[in-house]
Write a protein that binds this ligand. Structure first.
Ligand code: PLP
Length: 392
């Protein structure tokens, strides 16, 4: 089978695994242990990793808080800032196409007295379908807005939001800006400080690192962002996030990010070219293939993302008919619930078009042969399924 579901997760790169291995077998100390060499070695390794991650993302080491992944980072950012007694008010701005790890905490807060404004992005058909216009944010800001939360890149349609402009608007109004950067980190250059982002979530397993380890960037320079801790205990991470640090995971996150940044300039054009070949191949092999979301340009869309609908074919059925290719219908991140994709519906796709969609996620290990294989097999499955449903 071939793997084209790299937005859901990625294979760990051997080089990342090699960097992690000593921290399971040799340097297995608890970084919180003082007074012995094992603890010191682990602590030193974690701090080196923290510096390396910060340097790669326009942050300072003291601005990185390690977590169990982007879901936790999003929850810590949102609940942490809104849980403070000294916040500006009870109004929050976000977008209808955010990940559930943002939308669900916001919905819960909405039920407990916060007012949540969800902006609606550009609709399907526009060149920048799925994108938020910074003016929408400016128009929605109020004196009691306590947080703006907008992702850098969408996990279903790969659209890139204008984070720098949104950051500037939030800074001018003095409103904290959280960015779920999970899908963008390692794939587009990001400098959180320069972008005007105050809080940013990311995770290792989307960038060829291990599952269960992520981080939250928390701005300290200029305006110091304070968070109400969501997990209390041993006081690790300066009390913001208690719990023994996942040392191998943290080493893996740092190694994974470093590799992505080192290889980005050649790797992203390579993936974009393969993605374009995949779209062209599907469209020439079968009729009724439409691109969902924005145009395939580096300014608008993640290089490895393709989301398409196959007219008259059910995406779930299609997936079942191409078992040798791992793709996703809707969002794998929420595959526990079989609802049609909220992202595609939010950009105006009909329920039929939404149900007939597949998301392809190309990655570091995707080759031209994989793309050819996918085109052949998907095209064959689509024709098969269309014959089945054709009226006699
Ligand atoms: N945010 C986005 C945009 C994602 O794509 C994902 C993927 O699952 C998450 C958050 C959650 O990340 P994690 O699996 O590290 O909790």
């Amino acid at each position: 089978p071939i793997y084209l579901d790299n937005h859901a997760t990625t294979r760990v790169d051997e080089r990342v695994l090699a960097a992690m291995t000593p921290y399971f077998l040799e340097e297995y100390g608890n970084p919180g242990s003082v007074g012995h060499l094992f603890g010191e070695a682990a602590r030193e390794a974690v701090e080196k990793a923290r510096e390396s991650i910060a340097a790669g993302l326009g942050a300072e080491a003291s601005e990185i808080v390690f977590t169990s992944g982007a879901t936790e980072s999003n929850n810590l950012a949102i609940r942490g800032i809104l849980g403070q007694r000294r916040r500006r008010g009870d109004h929050v701005i976000s977008v209808t196409t955010e990940h559930k790890a943002v939308l669900d905490p916001l919905a819960k807060l909405g039920r407990s007295g916060f007012e949540v404004t969800l902006l609606s992005p550009q609709q399907q058909g526009a060149a920048n379908a799925g994108q938020i216009d910074p003016q929408q944010v400016a128009d929605a800001l109020r004196d009691d807005t306590a947080l703006v939360s907008i992702m850098a890149a969408n996990n279903e349609i790969g659209v890139l939001h204008p984070i720098a402009e949104i950051g500037r608007i939030c800074q001018e109004r003095g409103v904290p800006f959280h960015c779920d950067a999970t899908q963008a980190v390692g794939k587009t250059p990001l400098d959180f400080h320069a972008l005007g982002v105050d809080l940013a979530s990311f995770t290792a397993h989307k960038i060829y690192g291990p599952k269960g380890c992520g981080a939250l960037y928390v701005r300290k320079r200029g305006k110091r962002i304070r968070l109400e801790p969501q997990i209390d205990g041993g006081g690790q991470e300066k009390g913001v996030r208690s719990g023994t640090l996942n040392v191998p995971g943290i080493i893996g996150l740092a190694a994974a990010l470093r590799l992505c940044l080192d290889e980005m300039a050649t790797e992203m054009p390579r993936q974009a070219q393969l993605r374009d070949q995949l779209l062209a191949g599907l469209q020439s092999a079968i009729d009724g293939v439409t691109l969902n979301g924005p145009e395939c340009t580096p300014q608008l869309r993640l290089a490895g993302n393709l989301n398409v609908s196959f007219a008259g074919v059910d995406g779930e059925a299609l997936m079942m008919n191409v078992r040798e290719i791992a793709v996703s219908s809707g969002s794998a991140c929420t595959s526990a619930n079989p609802e049609p994709s909220h992202v595609l519906q939010a950009i105006g796709l009909s329920e039929d078009a939404t149900r007939s969609s597949l998301r392809f996620g190309l990655g570091r290990f995707t080759t031209a042969e994989h793309i050819e294989f996918a085109v052949t097999h998907v095209a064959a499955a689509v024709s098969r399924l269309r014959k089945l449903v054709k009226p006699t």
